[in-house]
Design a protein around this ligand. Structure first.
Ligand code: PRT
Ligand code: ZN
Length: 299
């Protein structure tokens, strides 16, 4: 068995710079991992667990997993699927978890002065993109033949330079399109950062480590939108207050020493608790309300 195939430590590819690097490392830190960075800043040695990071460009990540150099990667779904479409012979990746950051969409955008009807009007047009496989796949599914102009960056200026008629690029706020007088007209795919791995789980120590990491990740991801609420109220208001708790959790209710008609309530609510929720609870008698973010949860 090769050295790579029999590694005991799990290796995760994380973006070296770029928009997914910091949130990826932050997420892993919240899973209890901490790292010592090598002097060349390309490798982070896991000190709390046998899990190391390789800091690379996102475009290299699918190949690193396919080649067995890394077990996992935190990468945009767009990058993963672009690679998978171009390497039909490789074993596919598995998307282990969607991570809820790096949200964007790969969209078709036209110069604002051109009216949009449907995909058929793209026939024969030149479309600039960094995602030729995803775009090609979408055009095939839309039964449209167009010319794909592959660019590695600055896609949005291609129509103004005359090198393409329209573009297919990632959009998040839409500000870049507006600044370049382009209008978003169709979505090719929705994307976000995902934890990706090879299609088959490693059967050595890394398999157990992966399971542990996924459990911790779920403990962080599942409570990310959750809030812990603490409050006091008259016992008679319990039913009304329970009805108002976002996500309708089962609250933990305790009596307040010396005040038998008063209760103290604690509940983990799925979703934000807004001012309006608190005001509604106050109207039915709640007071001393505290809302706290939840960092992690293990059931
Ligand atoms: O150096 P490296 O190769 O690793 O990084 P990169 O420059 O290729 O990628 P990077 O860091 O820009 O993006 C990494 C990943 O973040 C992408 O693959 C997506 O999964 C995700 N992501 C989320 C985005 C955006 N949002 C995004 N808005 N990636 C790029 N953009 C760009 C887009 O290309 C366009 O130029 O931002 C501009 C549009 O943004 P808005 O807000 O103006 O619409
Ligand atoms: Zn890249």
């Amino acid at each position: 068995m090769s050295e790579l195939a029999s590694r005991e430590r799990l290796r995760i590819a994380v973006q070296k710079s770029g928009r997914l690097g910091d949130p990826a490392r932050d997420l892993l830190t919240r899973c209890g991992l901490n790292f010592r960075q090598s002097r060349d800043k390309l490798f982070c040695f896991g000190e709390s667990m046998p899990i190391d990071l390789l800091l690379v460009r996102d475009d290299d990540m699918p190949g690193l997993i396919a080649g067995g150099v890394c077990d996992l990667a935190i990468v945009g779904r767009n990058v993963l699927q672009e690679y998978a479409l171009g390497h039909a012979g490789d074993s596919p990746f598995s998307e282990l978890r969607a991570l809820g950051f790096g949200g964007c969409r790969l969209s078709i955008a036209l110069p604002q002065e051109i009216a949009w009807c449907d995909a058929r009007q793209l026939a024969g047009q030149r479309i600039a993109t960094s995602y030729p496989n995803l775009l090609g796949d979408w055009l095939r599914r839309s039964q449209v033949e167009a010319r794909i102009v592959e660019l590695s960056g600055s896609v949005e200026i291609a129509p103004r330079l005359g090198t393409a008629d329209l573009i297919c690029d990632l959009v998040s706020s839409g500000a870049t399109l507006v600044a370049n007088q382009l209008a978003e007209v169709a979505t090719v795919m929705n994307s976000e950062a995902v934890l990706a791995g090879a299609a088959t789980t490693p059967i050595d120590e890394r398999g157990d480590l992966l399971e542990l990491l996924l459990r911790r990740l779920d403990g962080v991801l599942n409570v990310r939108e959750s809030r812990l609420i603490l409050l006091q109220a008259p016992r008679a208001a319990l039913a009304d207050i329970s009805d108002l708790l976002p996500g309708k959790p089962r609250p933990l209710v305790t009596s307040i020493e010396g005040s038998p008609d008063q209760i103290s309530l604690q509940a983990v609510c799925s979703g934000q608790i807004g001012w309006a929720d608190l005001e509604a609870m106050r109207r039915v008698g709640a007071h001393a309300m505290l809302v706290l973010p939840v960092e992690k949860m293990l059931s």
